[in-house]
Ligand binder design. Sequence first.
Ligand SMILES: NC(=O)C1=CN([C@@H]2O[C@H](COP(=O)(O)OP(=O)(O)OC[C@H]3O[C@@H](n4cnc5c(N)ncnc54)[C@H](O)[C@@H]3O)[C@@H](O)[C@H]2O)C=CC1
Ligand SMILES: O=C(O)[C@@H]1CCC=N1
Length: 263
Amino acid sequence: MKSIGFIGVGKMATAIISGLDKQKFDIFISGHDLEKTQAQAKALGVVAVSSHKALVSKSELIILSIKPQVLPKVADEILSVLTKDKTILSIAAGFSLDDLAHLMTLENMPIIRVMPNINAQIGRSTSAIVKNDSVSADSFDFAKGIFETIGSVFEIEEKDFSTFTAIAGSSPAYIYMFMDALARAGVLHGMPKALALSIVADTVAACGEMVKISGENPWTLVDQVSSPGGTTVSGVVSLEKNRFVGTVIDAITATIEKEKHLK
Ligand SMILES: NC(=O)C1=CN([C@@H]2O[C@H](COP(=O)(O)OP(=O)(O)OC[C@H]3O[C@@H](n4cnc5c(N)ncnc54)[C@H](O)[C@@H]3O)[C@@H](O)[C@H]2O)C=CC1
Ligand SMILES: O=C(O)[C@@H]1CCC=N1
């Protein structure tokens, strides 16, 4: 049976583990508080180990699911037991394959980089994946398969990872902000928040499907909604008077800049 180890058991690791078939894999976790990790292991149906080193020796694929700021410290801890028959997979923002290779210090260490998103919690992550030359086709397929069980996976060039992090990794936060703003406007105009949010959630979910199913450019869909002299075009013009498109693009650019300087 294939073995997978997760170092750091927060929101993302928990979401990924929840989507995995526990009968198919041996899954190990290690955190920085053994008692808490043991409780998490019980809840998730996996095995807690007492140190990151022990986890590395038990796992073929080691998933680094800690915050970027903790990565160098954890890399230091596992270096002495790391061997090239293992594969390291990092989901940390801001650390390139080269950065990770540098931290691992072993020449030709197989390393995979993935950027998932928070919708992994409902099995709907949008993830990007890239590998270095030392990763075998089998190991890559295995890792890709893990993320396919919790959503869609895009194989992209590493130069596009910062952009992906912004438009898929971070964008759920911006989409939730937009949704909350729509619902809050409903409240302003007298509708209960829960009802307004439910209406907005159905509408946003259908719009996502619509873009995919129709294959249309979103602006064509905007035109389809906008009746001449009707309601929608008034809102479209108001949004643009307030630089809606430019504001969103500025936010994505700020996210990309931050991602490039996280280390
Ligand atoms: N939250 C998100 O939407 C996304 C996060 N990511 C990336 O995923 C990684 C994890 O993020 P989250 O799960 O959101 O963070 P989190 O804060 O929920 O989880 C991190 C976990 O690491 C544990 N930890 C701290 N120091 C540790 C140590 N020395 N050894 C072992 N465990 C330690 C913490 O107790 C915590 O449980 C980050 O690198 C982030 O960039 C990637 C895509 C989306
Ligand atoms: O905010 C962050 O840094 C992480 C990476 C993508 C989503 N959350």
